[in-house]
Design a binder for this molecule. Structure first.
Ligand SMILES: C[S@@+](CC[C@H](N)C(=O)[O-])C[C@H]1O[C@@H](n2cnc3c(N)ncnc32)[C@H](O)[C@@H]1O
Length: 255
């Protein structure tokens, strides 16, 4: 099955991908468990008493962990609706599209100390508009934590598949079809290529500045335990993580 959302990566396929994604994420050697979530958690820092909005939250498990760590409240938004069955008190999970945050009733008039886009931002139809809407929901001194796959990762993979060069694929502009074998090899996502310049320019256009950027790697212990994952990282680099804050004086569109 291949479904394309105009302007953005495909989102409807997530109805079929969500359970496979969560199963893969739960494996003891998943990159989310051994690299991404530990690094995301470290960048979030102390969450006691904080309100957290997780956009493209998956099953909401990361928000539940933040509530256990002391966050006062959490709201998760995901298009798949494949949520944990027994969310802890203080956690709300809403089935909705991150491309239309202004019209999600459960978010109207609310402000959050931390807003997360963890491997979900690429699915927004209009990335600048979605980030502007998120920016408008930030409480005083709040920040956005956004993680996205290194664009070079897809360029390396497509260069191998197509017998082309890294540069040709990195600077290509046509959408491409992508299947993740360990999630569900029957369902394709349609992805829009992006360069580092594209990504950084979206942040500026949305009135945000980058306080910190992290390119997380395996710990020494994880390298020893999971050499196949280190080999994957050596080839594809992994993900980028950005802590973003509103540019003072930039106008916040949306809400
Ligand atoms: C790669 S998963 C990441 C999930 C979670 N943030 C994590 O870190 O484990 C991408 C998530 O984005 C969600 N998603 C895709 N398109 C979306 C959209 N248009 N609106 C809301 N959620 C979307 C998917 O259902 C999926 O849960």
């Amino acid at each position: 099955m291949t479904v394309t959302t105009p302007g953005g990566d495909s989102s409807q396929p997530w109805a079929g991908l969500a359970s496979g994604y969560e199963r893969a994420r739960a494996r003891e050697d998943s990159l989310d468990r051994i690299v991404e979530w530990p690094a995301q958690r470290e960048l979030l820092g102390e969450v006691t008493g904080r309100s957290v909005l997780d956009l493209g939250c998956g099953n909401g498990g990361k928000l539940a962990a933040l509530i256990r760590d002391g966050a006062a409240s959490g709201v998760g938004v995901d298009i798949s609706g494949n949520f944990i069955v027994d969310p802890p008190p203080g956690l709300e999970l809403i089935r909705a599209d991150i491309s239309g945050l202004e019209s999600v009733p459960g978010l109207a008039g609310r402000r959050f100390d931390r807003i997360l886009f963890l491997q979900s931002f690429g699915y927004a139809e209009d990335p600048v508009r979605t980030l502007q809407s998120a920016r408008a929901m930030l409480a005083e001194d709040g920040f956005i934590l956004l993680t996205r796959t290194q664009p070079i990762r897809y360029a390396v993979e497509r260069a191998e598949q197509n017998g082309t060069s890294l540069g040709e694929e990195y600077f290509a502009t046509d959408s491409f079809s992508y299947r993740h074998g360990s999630w569900n090899d029957q369902i394709s996502l349609t992805k829009r290529p992006y360069t580092m310049a594209d990504l950084l320019n979206v942040f500026s256009a949305a009135g945000l500045w980058i306080e910190t950027t992290v390119e997380p790697q395996l710990s020494e212990e994880a390298r020893q335990r999971f050499p196949h994952k280190q080999a994957w990282m050596n080839k594809y680099l992994g993900i980028l993580m950005f802590k973003l804050r509103p540019l003072p004086g930039a106008s916040a569109a949306g809400r």
